[in-house]
Design a protein around this ligand. Structure first.
Ligand code: ATP
Length: 253
């Protein structure tokens, strides 16, 4: 799973220059339930930002709202110089934003290779797609070895890597990741951290949603803490990891 050390230059690189994501006044309601309440934040171009919070804090809803997958109200979603507030869910990926959903959602009855090709649906150029798939195999040698195996036959950790690889196939400039460590062993969580660090070093912007605060503080430079659908704290990951309240509630120290 870990694979041999990979230099950043060998990692799938984002297509085009990194872009800044600016979100302002984002809210999500499910019927009468308020899940996210006027959240605002920025992910600087090529930066790695974390969102931590307990169960039900509104983290997943925030990512889904950015992808246009749940009903939302929002003042601003700007990515680089593009206004994404009215862009439909199926087109968000075309604007350079990749999404690794909670629970992976790989297609179990399709091979690893076919799952990856589905991630490239916005890039219909076969030559480039195969080149990107090769780069994904360099990042995750295990996926290359298992390319003809059904995704449903992979372990949870392998499926997580496949979900990340699938998102990379669209050559995103920013990747939204929803709890990539969920259900994984400490060893596999270390592997995920390594992958995030490599992607970040290669220039990918990352927005990482996690319940695992330790992983998030190690993987990111800045973080938001969500509580009850609101941003309760923001700061550098180093400062937050030293905050007594954060240490008690989110690090269990
Ligand atoms: P977790 O870490 O457990 O995934 P989260 O921080 O990602 O939690 P959300 O999944 O965004 O939180 O949920 C925020 C709130 O919205 C919760 O109260 C949840 O019960 C509610 N919620 C989420 N999805 C729906 C839905 N489809 N219908 C109704 N309520 C929902």
């Amino acid at each position: 799973m870990t694979g041999e050390a990979v230099r950043p230059s060998e990692v799938v690189e984002p297509e085009g220059a990194p872009q800044e994501l600016v979100v302002a006044g984002l809210s999500v309601h499910y019927g009468g339930v308020r899940a996210v309440s006027s959240v605002s934040f920025t992910v600087g171009a090529g930066q790695c930002v974390g969102i931590i919070g307990a169960n039900g804090a509104g983290k997943t809803s925030t990512l889904k709202a950015l992808m246009g997958l749940v009903p939302r109200t929002v003042d601003t979603i700007r990515f680089g110089d593009r206004d994404l507030t009215k862009v439909k869910a199926r087109n968000i990926v075309r604007h350079g934003i990749g999404y690794v959903p909670e629970g992976r959602h790989v297609f179990p009855g399709l091979t690893v290779e076919k799952n990856l090709l589905l991630g490239a649906y916005v890039r219909p150029w076969k030559g480039q797609t195969l080149e990107t798939m090769q780069e994904v195999f360099e990042l995750f040698p295990m996926l290359g070895e298992m390319r003809h195996r059904l995704a449903g036959a992979l372990s949870g950790g392998q499926q997580q890597m496949l979900a990340v690889g699938r998102a990379l196939m669209s050559k995103p400039r920013l990747i939204l990741l929803d709890e990539p460590s969920m259900g994984l062993s400490p060893k596999l969580i270390e592997d995920i951290l390594g992958v995030l660090q490599r992607l970040s070093a290669a220039g990918h912007g990352l927005l990482l949603v996690e319940q695992n605060a330790k992983l998030t503080f190690e993987a990111t430079k800045t973080c938001l803490v969500m509580e009850n659908g609101e941003v309760a704290m923001t700061g550098t990951s180093a400062d937050l990891s030293r905050d007594p309240r954060v240490r008690q509630i989110y690090l269990g120290l």
